[in-house]
Write a protein that binds this ligand. Structure first.
Ligand code: HAM
Length: 410
């Protein structure tokens, strides 16, 4: 769980600001739901045999002996909130959310126990048009952030019935190669065999390569849905790779699944992932409603941003140095009047020599230092020093200094 220091926060805010604008451009509205939910919600939706539910949840009993869990992802809470507030029945909805998620995973670069997602969920649309729209939304987001080199993988998981039939075929095959399975795969064989296809263990790759493909066992409707998805992506000029081994680590998916990854991130390469989950609303007690969404990992995405040039966007524009205690009162007033004009002003509090205050002004990132001493105060003026333009300073009357600064900063 990481502390985010002010420089990092500013980079995050850039992503959040761009995402907010891009999501609004597609009609997505923000929804906020609790960080803590009943444990059962996650067990039912994500799947009790998934890694997340089996070993990664922060679960505790509250004083009413109710089992609660810090949310490991946002889809379950979003669907619960939608059902409880009557937003999903016979309606088309587009929601987005952001915030911390918690998984007790083995920490490494790009994998944390508290991490942050921006997620979107769309309800009431069968797709694949809305699936493609969500992918286009990602494309626009990457472009707006100046992030390139991300690759898109897609797959279709079909209906639960098709997947159950495929599961039998897969288990039969894996049994024939039981001796080659690693400990993780052996554990998954009975419970969640599809996840074996997702194994990153090099020793397992030969077994995986020989496995029957889910694509060959898809039901006709899912096959048509996937063909249409690909045609729409082609029509939109989106490049992608069909990865028949892409299965995802959460059980609620049906049909379309996708993942954006970057080689620059090392082992934890997935930046953004999602897909359809047409059965989840009903599973959680709502009337059946098709749904699709994705979530991106902010810690990973921020790694891909180029470092910002120059001073942070919210750095002060003006640093007001106050020389001597007698000018503190007029100084605070002057700072307020400049802020009234919309300027960002850092006022020197706590005294200090002129040299020390100029140093602070430099470090603050402000373009201008204003020097107010007893002498300037008596002349109803302030000395203005352009910190980015060599030495020299100019005496400007108090009544004019606001306009003077605004003109220079425009
Ligand atoms: P997910 O694939 O588990 O999907 O997570 C989505 C993204 O969150 C990942 O691609 C990754 O960037 C980031 N992420 C996941 N775990 C960690 C971690 N431990 N540390 C850092 N980043 C992480 C979901 O959560 C689904 N709810 C997405 C979705 C929404 N599907 C439909 N709607």
């Amino acid at each position: 769980m990481n502390d985010l220091l002010p420089d990092a926060v500013e980079r995050w805010q850039r992503i959040e600001g761009v995402a907010r604008a891009v999501l609004a451009a597609y009609g997505y509205r923000e929804i906020r739901f609790p960080v803590v939910e009943k444990t059962e919600l996650f067990a039912r939706s994500i799947g009790s045999l998934t890694d997340i539910v089996e070993k990664e949840m922060y679960t505790f009993e509250d004083s009413n002996h109710e089992s609660l869990t810090l949310r490991p992802e946002g889809t379950a809470g979003c669907v619960r909130a939608g059902i409880e507030n009557g937003l999903l029945h016979n309606q088309v909805q587009r929601f987005w959310y952001g915030g911390p998620m918690f998984r007790h995973e083995r920490p490494q670069k790009g994998r944390y126990r508290q991490f942050h997602q921006i997620g979107v969920e769309a309800f009431g649309m069968e797709g694949p048009d809305v699936d493609v729209e969500q992918i286009l939304m990602c494309v626009r987001l990457w472009r707006a952030l100046g992030v390139d080199g991300l690759t898109l993988q897609i797959n279709s998981l079909g209906t639960p019935a098709a997947r159950a039939a495929y599961r039998k075929v897969l288990v039969r095959y894996l049994e024939t190669r039981r001796a080659e399975l690693d400990a993780d795969s052996l554990r998954r064989l009975d419970k969640n065999p599809l996840r074996i296809l997702d194994s990153k263990n090099p020793a397992m790759q030969d077994v995986i390569a020989g496995a029957p493909e889910l694509a060959a066992h898809l039901d006709d409707e899912s096959r048509a849905h996937f063909a249409q998805l690909r045609a729409l992506l082609d029509g939109a000029g989106v490049r992608y790779e069909v990865n028949p081994r892409l299965v995802r680590g959460l059980d609620y998916y049906t049909r379309t699944v996708f993942e954006w990854a970057s080689e620059r991130l090392g082992a934890q390469s997935a930046v953004c992932a999602g897909g359809r989950y047409d059965g989840l609303v009903e599973l959680l007690g709502g009337r059946p409603a098709p749904a699709a969404g994705f979530a991106l990992g902010l810690e990973r995405l921020v790694e891909l941003l180029s470092p910002p040039a120059g001073a942070p966007a919210n750095a002060p524009q003006v640093y007001l140095a106050l020389i001597g205690t007698s000018v503190v009162e007029p100084g605070l007033k002057l700072a307020e009047s400049l802020r009234d004009l919309g300027l960002r002003v850092e006022c020197n509090c706590g005294g200090g020599s002129l040299t020390a205050q100029i140093k602070r002004a430099d470090r603050s990132g402000a373009r201008f230092a204003l020097l107010l001493g007893q002498e300037e105060h008596e002349q109803h003026a302030v000395a203005v020093k352009d910190l980015r333009a060599g030495a020299g300073q100019e005496l400007v009357g108090l009544a004019a200094v606001g306009d003077y600064l605004r003109r220079k900063l425009a």
